[in-house]
Design a protein around this ligand. Structure first.
Ligand code: ADP
Ligand code: ZN
Ligand code: ZN
Length: 753
């Protein structure tokens, strides 16, 4: 990979100690000419270290053309450590890829990929056993009893009875001091064993034999994977299967194949589906070979888990985005479930996409990648249609379940008919039917941020957060809140600009829907799930479990409720306002809407009973909505890719966002203008120049009192954008003109800035 790029560099930054605390202690060495082809980021090297030039091993993290220290003091690398790539080397290469692709410092990238080591003590389990045979021990016991060494005797008697004692039993129950136990161990009478007690977050789960027999579609895919893997053909596969087609069962078949070959697996799932339900299925199949990483773990739990992975005790790692960097030594497969999910893009620098990064890691580890989705990202389907990924399709739901019937309720007509309620006539009717039959429903509102912004009907002023360029949201407890910075103020019925009393909250929030439900259907039992009701640890899980126990008729929520939950008794899904995500200025809004509608619809009819879906919308003719009604990904994709091609949006071209931030607005503006000029100048005379789109104030022009300027650079070729950013970076870092601003990059952004 890219060795030629580094061929003319002469200095290497090396880190000696690969722990989180030491990552920014970088030492520079000269690369001897004979090694300049071999030395790339990630390579392990032998170097002279310290005053005595003792030989130490270190890792190269970056290559430089210019020395950053006194040249005379720079020592030369002794050599390369000859050995298959250790996992640390792979992770450093991944960090280097992320730095180049997404724009961040190498240290930031390294801190993302290198696991934080535990300084919290492991909970250890100490056990004591006999080191001599029972006969000798019995003799010794008699001897001690005769000599009235009662504590010793008590201890040994107990040990003879039980065979094994814990430390507490020995010290407290036998009243025998730990120091004395140590002496007996030194004399060879007993053996003290210490074992780390790993904290298993799911201690009560049991492994089960797999009861599911793959159907023909599933089996064909599993066989194809096995065929490739056994022949050491490692590729990226897109498993496109309608909701409920049994993708998870297929992943498990893949995993079995990989484990049989003695290799390891990383499974990524969106954080929100990292619930008991999902993890339990894997656990039941693979038992203790599973290691789970999620964000609500304590540091100790996390680090225990990482250690089990490093030791090879666990060989299937399941986790959210960052589990991609789990230090598995012999990686064979990375599975990314719900690969279209926005959560796979990091929102902190480096703003990496887990999908692209996984493909890179798999390439250097010689491993396969499986991307799975019922509604693949446009990027992935595009790559599959170009032959870059292998496409596998599961067309049918597994078992007997059929796809639900989807109907549209045109909200414009409802209005004409005089129905001003949140619920269309058809939805109301179907809901009544479900209540009678005691079946469950899910109601879905697809954007919380829209909930009740407050404006003045007299002058049109929208009440905004004083720290952000965001309208405040009305909450039923009478407060106005900013969802970006947490600012909160009392709701006043007077316009701050014209003093008119006609100030009111508009739009639809989950709280308002909940109130309307109680009004429309007296006695209805509702569970509401949104950011407000899920703040506490486990709240999310508790709500879902209560719903699955049948404690509510309706589960009402934001997009949190649409993912990966199986409720056999849910036979109706209502999407209250499909349009809410459709008309943002964002190029991904059509895709996002289609995905949400399909995922939400996929929640209906997972069991024996048939499911129905009602989509309420003001724009029934929009292609994203029409395609969702038809359950037709292909119909959606054709329209969407045509639009992207026409506009030159990803995946047909690439976008690099440059975000310039400063507490001082004029500084941000000035810096952004300078950057724009620099880029424009650098493009003069090039045949296919990088285009600069929409430079100026960001859509959210102020956030937490920081002013934001933005520009979008567009080009078909990733490498051109990478090179441009690479040239820009040293100037932006070192020039005093940019001292007062923060500059961030984002490659192929998930949303508009
Ligand atoms: P997906 O991940 O594609 O939404 P799942 O793997 O969750 O689908 O499967 C949906 C349901 O169908 C699950 O309850 C699963 O146990 C069941 N299922 C999957 N494959 C089979 C099969 N071959 N035979 C019977 N049931 C199956
Ligand atoms: Zn006003
Ligand atoms: Zn704010």
């Amino acid at each position: 990979m890219g060795k030629e790029l580094y061929a003319d560099t002469i200095y290497a930054d090396v880190i000696i100690d690969i722990s989180h605390e030491a990552l920014d202690k970088v030492f520079q060495y000269r690369v001897p000419f004979s090694l300049c082809r071999e030395i790339i980021p990630g390579v392990r090297v032998r170097v002279p270290f310290g005053a005595g030039n003792r030989e130490r091993e270190g890792y190269v993290i970056a290559l430089k053309k210019e020395p950053e220290y006194d040249v005379d003091k720079i020592k030369e690398i002794y050599g390369v450590v000859e050995e298959s790539l250790p996992v640390e080397s792979q992770l450093i290469q991944v960090a280097d890829f992320m730095r180049k692709r997404y724009g961040s410092s190498m240290i930031q990238a390294l801190k993302t990929v290198i696991p934080v080591k535990n300084r919290e003590k492991h909970r250890q389990e100490t056990t004591i056993r006999l080191a001599i045979d029972r006969e000798s021990a019995t003799k010794l016991l008699t001897e001690w009893e005769q000599k009235h060494r009662s504590a010793r005797a008590r201890f040994l008697k107990k040990l003879l009875e039980t065979g094994v004692l814990s430390k507490t039993e020995a010290v407290q129950e036998c009243r025998f001091p730990w120091k004395e136990i140590g002496k007996l161990a030194a004399d060879g009478v007993i053996r003290i064993e210490t074992k780390v007690a790993y904290r298993n977050p799911f201690p009560d789960l049991e492994q089960k034999e797999n009861p599911v027999v793959l159907n023909a579609e599933q089996q064909a895919v599993a066989d194809a994977f096995r065929g490739d893997f056994r022949r050491e053909i490692y590729r990226t596969y897109l498993l496109y299967g309608v909701t409920g087609s049994g993708k998870t069962e297929v992943y498990m078949a893949f995993i079995e194949t990989v484990l049989r070959e003695g290799r390891q697996v990383i499974v990524l799932i969106p954080e929100i589906s990292l619930t008991y339900q999902t993890v339990r299925r894997f656990y039941e199949r693979f038992g203790d070979r599973i290691a789970v990483l999620h964000s609500q773990m304590s540091k100790g739990e996390r680090s225990d888990t990482i250690e089990r992975v490093e030791n090879g005790e666990a060989d299937v790692v399941i986790g959210a985005r960052s589990a991609l960097f789990a230090p598995v030594k012999n990686l064979g497969l990375i599975v990314i479930d719900e690969e279209h999910d926005g959560a796979y893009k990091s929102d902190r620098s480096p703003k990496y996409h887990a999908r692209e990064t996984a493909i890179f890691r798999a390439k250097i580890a010689k491993a396969s990648v499986v991307l799975g989705s019922a509604t693949p990202s446009v990027e992935s389907f595009f790559k599959a249609s170009q032959g870059e990924y292998v496409l596998w399709t599961l067309k049918n739901r597994a078992g007997n379940a059929r796809l639900p019937a989807v109907q549209v309720a045109d909200l414009r007509e409802e209005l004409h008919k005089g129905n001003r309620s949140i619920f269309s006539e058809s939805l109301k009717e179907k809901m009544r039917g479900r209540l009678e039959k005691k079946q469950q429903m899910m109601l879905f509102l697809n954007r919380r941020g829209f909930a009740g912004f407050v404006s003045c009907r007299n002058c049109g002023t929208v009440i905004k957060c004083p720290h952000c360029d965001i309208s405040l949201t009305y909450h039923r407890n009478g407060s106005l809140r900013c969802h970006y910075c947490g600012y909160e103020t009392a709701y006043s019925r007077r316009c701050p600009v014209c003093q008119s009393p006609y100030v009111a909250a508009f739009g639809l929030g989950t709280e308002k829907v909940e109130a309307a439900l109680y009004e429309e259907f007296p006695g209805i039992r509702v569970l509401r799930m949104d950011m407000d009701t899920t703040r506490r640890k486990n709240a999310y899980q508790n709500i879902l479990q209560a719903f699955s126990r049948g404690e509510a008729d309706v589960l009402l929520g934001t997009q949190m409720i649409v993912k990966g939950h199986d409720y056999a008794n849910v036979t109706l899904v209502g999407i209250l306002a499909a349009d809410l995500s459709l008309y943002s200025q964002d190029y991904r809004s059509g895709e996002r809407t289609f995905q949400l509608l399909c995922q939400a619809a996929g929640r209906a009819g997972r069991g024996e009973k048939a499911g129905e879906v009602i989509i309420q919308t003001y724009s029934p003719d929009h292609y994203a909505i029409m395609a969702a009604v038809e359950h037709s990904y292909e119909m959606f994709y054709e329209q969407e890719i045509t639009y992207r091609r026409l506009m030159g949006y990803p995946p047909c071209a690439h976008l690099l966002v440059i975000l310039v931030e400063s507490g001082d607005e004029s500084q941000a503006v000035l810096a952004a203008e300078r950057i724009q000029k620099m880029i424009a100048r650098s493009q003069e005379g090039t045949t296919v120049p990088v285009q600069i789109l929409n430079p100026g104030r960001a859509a959210i022009g102020k956030l937490k009192d920081v002013y934001r300027q933005v520009m979008y650079l567009k080009h078909e070729d990733v490498a051109t954008l990478e090179a441009l950013r690479g040239r820009l970076e040293p100037v932006l870092e070192n020039h005093p003109l940019f001292a007062g601003v923060q500059i961030q990059f984002d490659f192929d952004p998930m949303s508009i800035y």
